[in-house]
Structures are given as structure tokens and as C-alpha cells.
Write a protein that binds this ligand. Structure first.
Ligand code: FE2
Ligand code: FE2
Length: 185
């Protein structure tokens, strides 16, 4: 599959996110006697910052409005589904984070809540990424003009520079590698 330059950037970010989903699922399925609270906290930070604040923000503020301008409706179509997925993911992530203090303190129910919420998040985001890579992004490259794509690319650079502290992407790429290592991948 070949995408335009800005869309390829999103697909590349999906690959990093998927690599951390692999790690999250591996750890959540280990059921070790000691709850790995630090791993959960770091994974939640990765998903909230890299997946949501860096990646989903580009889709929601720059890509989707451009697609809407090219005739794809905001609601009742693929954009609406993607937005609903982003929101559902935020819900699962909030549940992981809310359960962490008690889980860290040894509460078995909270451990199970965090574990299940992380697995739910992973399943949701995997399906979401597949829909974007295989459906929405193909459609996006069909409806966007060459100028749209050039402006989107510029917009992505500006968004990263203006909304994230310098070095954020590098920091989270490194965290992704650490989390995979911790998970034994
Ligand atoms: Fe998305
Ligand atoms: Fe995405």
C-alpha cells in the first residue's frame, strides 16, 4: 500500500502505537503475582501523549476537517466512527489510570480493572488503526488534492512544533522501545 507523505506519517505513527499495544497485551496477559504498576503508568502516559495528544490530535484538527471540506461528512460516516473510537479509547485509558493507585497498593479488584481496561483499549485501538489504514486513509488520498496533501504535511510539522515540547516524539519512541523490552518482546 502506498500513501501520500502526510498520510504515511500517520501510518508510521500507527506502527509505533501497535508496537506498544503488543507490549501492553503481553504484560496484561502475564498475570504475574506482582502487579507491574510502573509499566501500566508508563504505557498510559505513552498512549495519552503519543497516541492521543500527538497522533489523534493531527487527525482530529487537521486531517478530518480537510476531508470534510472534500465532501466526507463529519457525522454518519467514517469520520464519525473514528471520532467515536478516539473517545472510547480515552474512556478506557481513564479507567486504567483511575484504577492504578489502588492497584499499586495491592487491591486485587483494581488490578483486574486496570488489566481489563488496558486489554479493551488495545483491542479497540487495533481495530481502529486497521480501519484507518485500510479504509479511511485510502479514501483520504483519493479525495485530497496535491495542494491539500502539501498543506497537511506542513500542518503536521507546525502542530508538532507548537503543541508538543521539543524532543517529545524522540522521548516517546524511546519509551516505546523500553516498554517492549520490559514486556520481553
Ligand atoms: Fe484515529
Ligand atoms: Fe490514527
Amino acid at each position: 500500500m502506498s500513501y501520500s507523505k502526510p498520510i504515511q506519517m500517520l501510518v508510521d505513527e500507527h506502527e509505533v502505537i501497535l508496537s506498544v499495544l503488543d507490549a501492553a497485551e503481553a504484560v496484561a496477559n502475564q498475570r504475574s503475582s506482582v502487579f507491574p504498576a510502573d509499566f501500566y503508568a508508563q504505557a498510559a502516559d505513552f498512549f495519552a501523549t503519543f497516541a492521543d495528544r500527538c497522533h489523534h490530535a493531527k487527525e482530529e484538527t487537521l486531517l478530518f476537517p480537510r476531508l470534510q471540506a472534500r465532501g466526507i461528512p463529519w457525522q454518519g460516516g467514517p469520520i464519525g466512527v473514528m471520532l467515536a473510537d478516539h473517545d472510547a479509547g480515552r474512556g478506557h485509558l481513564a479507567a486504567v489510570r483511575a484504577a492504578l493507585p489502588a492497584a499499586r497498593a495491592g487491591d486485587q479488584g483494581a488490578m483486574e480493572t486496570a488489566r481489563q481496561a488496558l486489554l479493551d483499549f488495545a483491542e479497540l485501538l487495533r481495530g481502529h488503526i486497521a480501519k484507518e489504514n485500510q479504509v479511511l486513509f485510502m479514501l483520504a488520498d483519493q479525495v485530497m488534492t496535491a495542494q491539500d496533501k502539501a498543506e497537511l504535511w506542513d500542518g503536521f510539522q507546525t502542530a508538532e512544533r507548537d503543541t508538543l515540547p521539543a524532543g517529545t516524539k524522540e522521548k516517546y519512541h524511546a519509551l516505546a522501545a523500553t516498554l517492549r523490552q520490559t514486556a520481553g518482546l
